[in-house]
Write a protein that binds this ligand. Sequence first.
Ligand code: URA
Length: 234
Amino acid sequence: MRINKYIAQAGIASRRKADELIANGNVKINGAVMKEPGYDVAEGDRVEVNGRLLESRGKAEYVLVNKPLGMVTTVSDDRDRLTVMEIVKDIDARLFPVGRLDYNTSGALIMTNDGDMAYRLTHPKHEVYKTYRARVAGVLSNEKVARLRKGVDIGGFVTSRAKVNVIKGNQHSTIVEISIHEGKNRQVRKMFAAVGNPVQELERIAIGDIRLGHLRPGHYRKLTRDEIEYLKKC
Ligand code: URA
């Protein structure tokens, strides 16, 4: 396997960043600096990045997790809260979450050991739509829906076009689906707050075309070959 891919699969960096690390002399193979970007890592090679020895990688793994409420989307938590790693602990690969969901948001989260894909999926320029189902307080008027679709100011940042679809509602609350391709911190909550309808519940139901479906909270499934191909093309 090419050295940049090997580093990316170890979850250290994207393939592009790995190329930089190689060019800058931060990568050693069997104790010697290796600046050849086309180097093919052989069985038994010791690969070090910035002095850290990479474990030899198995194949790339891609899973879809249904993150429950009350779990953090990190590999470890300094406050000892449950992390999404708990859900995938029986998988023999060092997975990490792609992007993040708030503690109080549930739903679709991709986890992988493919750093390259993780980088591409979280980069704003790749524009993978994420779809959320929200319960928001009060009535969401047509005028507010139009504002959300066009873009709202969430405090120094105006969101770009969004797909917004009201599912049902009454005077107390509205169920609405919203698709966005930016990943600002707490963006969906801030967008609804900006039009005066705070979010009461939030679930991510799809990442691009990959839908959560009937996956139960706290469970995972492996992505299908078609889904992996789809993500690689995104
Ligand atoms: N937007 C939010 O407000 N929270 C999330 O967890 C994801 C998107």
